[in-house]
Structures are given as C-alpha cells and as structure tokens.
Design a protein around this ligand. Sequence first.
Ligand SMILES: N[C@@H](CCC(=O)N[C@@H](CS)C(=O)NCC(=O)O)C(=O)O
Length: 208
Amino acid sequence: MAQPVQLFHAPTSPYVRKVMACILLRGLQGRVELIPTRPAENPGALQAANPLGKVPCLVTAEGTAIFDSPVICEYLDGLGNAQPLFPSPGPARIASLTLQALADGLCDAAVARHQSRAQQEDGAAPTPRQSAFQERQMAAIRRGLAALDAQPPQGLAEIGAVAAACALGYLDLRIPELGWRAIHPRLATWLASVEASPALARTAPPAG
Ligand SMILES: N[C@@H](CCC(=O)N[C@@H](CS)C(=O)NCC(=O)O)C(=O)O
C-alpha cells in the first residue's frame, strides 16, 4: 500500500475543490490525507511546504511539496490508472489548459473582490478606491463568463470542465447576486448536467 499524500485543504477554496474533484474522478481518495488549514492564520506547516502560504498544497509521500492547483491536478493525473483528465500534448490539451486558466482566473477575480469587501469596515460603504477595484473584478468576471459561454464545457472528463464547474460554484458561493444562470442559461444547463456527479456533489462548498 503506497503512503498517503497530504493535502492542505480549506473547504471554501475553489482551487482546493478542483483538486478534490480530480481526486474523486481518478479514484484516489484512499491515497490522500486531508490537512484542515486556515491560510489566513499563517500556519507554519503550510508556509513550510508552500512559501506563498496558499492552499491547495500537496505533499507527496516522499515529502515533496507541489503547488499550485493546476500543477497538483497534473501530478494527480499521473497516479493510478483511471482515465486521464489532462489530454495528450496537442490542440485538445491546449484548449483544456486554456479553459482551466479561464476558470481559475474567474476564481482569482472573485477571491480578490471578496477580500476587498472583507476589508471594508463593518457595514461601511466601500471607499471609491475599493469600489473601483471591486467593479474591475466584476467586469473581469462578466467577460470571463461570456468567454466561457462562447465555448461551453462538455461533460466533466477533462481538467478544463472540472475547473469551470468549480469556478461557477464559487460564484454561487461568493456572488449569488450576480445571477449568472439567467445571463448564461447554456452554462447553467451544462452545470446542471454534471453537478450531481460525486466529484462535484461531494466537494460542494459549505454555505456562506
Ligand atoms: N493559483 C493558486 C491560487 C490559490 C489561492 O489563492 N488560494 C487561496 C484560498 S482560495 C489562499 O490560500 N489564500 C491565502 C492567502 O492568500 O494568504 C492555485 O490555483 O492554487
């Protein structure tokens, strides 16, 4: 029996969710030990493994730290015998990686907006600078969603689709008022067709 790998884990992180979905899709759950982590509390073990102090970070059985989420997902694709989520080199791989980058970028903008809002004093309106920053992130999210809708993912068999599902779930968590399903019904139909799969259902973020 191979040694488990360790994963620094936080349940609301969309990047962690993507890694967890890959673990489930590839049947690796018995080989990964989850380390509950709150990056904002600067845990030493996380920072020793990932100097950037971010989750997800995976530590192999040999003690090698791997980050960030695209690299972890690619590492996981080399474990076990399940169908790979990363296509072989060529146009399909580039398309899948580009879709993953778009989805991760949606998360980056939503995380940045959420952090900016968290910096507002309790109940206070955003300063003009905060407001401009948050609107800039929202504009990126709207453009990113339009780009996703122009070439909607299909199924959940490649890393781009997995990342897109996690990004849309994160928008539901952090920006429900965006109402992206009404703007992009095609994306809503796609997500509805895959969200009951164990890889997504078992990794859904806690409410709030
Ligand atoms: N590009 C990274 C992003 C990771 C990331 O931003 N993680 C957030 C949680 S959602 C984090 O750990 N933030 C802690 C911090 O920035 O201090 C990835 O894909 O793994």
